[in-house]
Design a protein around this ligand. Structure first.
Ligand code: FMN
Length: 220
């Protein structure tokens, strides 16, 4: 691959939320996941797991779990202030297909591992303020989430290269993680951290990025 091709691949990938009513070959998803697993990851532990869901009834069950969690949360008076209002003059958001319309979903899990350094910090933090601060930093730089995130980023690029469109979703999980894990029979030691609905794109959205100068500081 030429550098220019790689640049085009990265810049042309967009989150896709509307799909054609066309089945996605299982093998394509497995090939994309295999590429995802070449992502850098903490200690090369590769403690991720990908649930490939093509069964319509299971997709429907996941969509219902998500809807139920969202409806419950929407009923809270506290949510009235939590809903972001669009900036004045902004175009109406593009219509989105419901999750149930996704031809496939990849649910991404990561297993809980014991980390002896974190265990030492946790013990020590009870009596040592510096250790408590280190423990807090360890939570922020969480290698487990960073590793699985790297794999998801690679996976999205691989899907895009194959002509598929997907979106990385964490939004519904705080309200439905437990139900989805039950549906997928996810072991106790694993957490689902993202849902990736996938299909052949039925939209070509555009997005921009902040100029690099705005997100970059050169340290002399
Ligand atoms: C950690 C993470 C969580 C996201 N969660 C959601 C989500 O719940 N729902 C959604 O529609 N998009 C979600 N997205 C997609 C972002 O909205 C999208 O990547 C961003 O707006 C930039 O658009 P682009 O991917 O088309 O460049 C998520 C992306 C990331 C990285």
């Amino acid at each position: 691959m030429q550098t220019g091709d790689f640049t085009t691949l990265i810049k042309s990938r967009r989150s896709i939320r509307n799909w054609q009513d066309k089945p996605v070959p299982e093998q394509l998803l497995l090939d994309a996941i295999e590429l995802g697993t070449w992502a850098p990851n903490g200690g090369n532990q590769q403690n991720w797991h990908f649930y490939v869901i093509l069964n319509k009834a299971t997709i429907q069950a996941i969509a219902e779990a998500v809807q139920s969690g969202m409806s419950y949360m929407s009923s809270w008076p506290e949510m009235a202030q939590a809903r972001p209002s669009p900036p004045p003059g902004s175009p109406p958001p593009a219509p989105r297909m419901p999750l149930s319309a996704a031809p496939a979903i990849i649910a991404v899990g990561t297993s809980r591992t014991t980390n002896p350094m974190n265990e030492a910090m946790t013990k020590r933090a009870q009596t040592d303020t510096r250790a408590a601060e280190m423990l807090q930093w360890a939570t922020i730089v969480d290698s487990r989430i960073q590793s699985v995130s790297a794999a998801i980023a690679y996976l999205l690029l691989a899907l895009h290269q194959m002509g598929l469109g997907a979106v990385w979703m964490t939004g519904p999980l705080p309200q439905s993680k437990g139900e989805i894990e039950k549906i997928l029979k996810v072991p106790e030691t694993m957490d689902i951290v993202a849902l990736i609905p996938v299909g052949y794109p039925a939209e070509s959205p555009t997005r921009d990025r902040k100029p690099v100068g705005e997100v970059c500081t050169i340290i002399d």
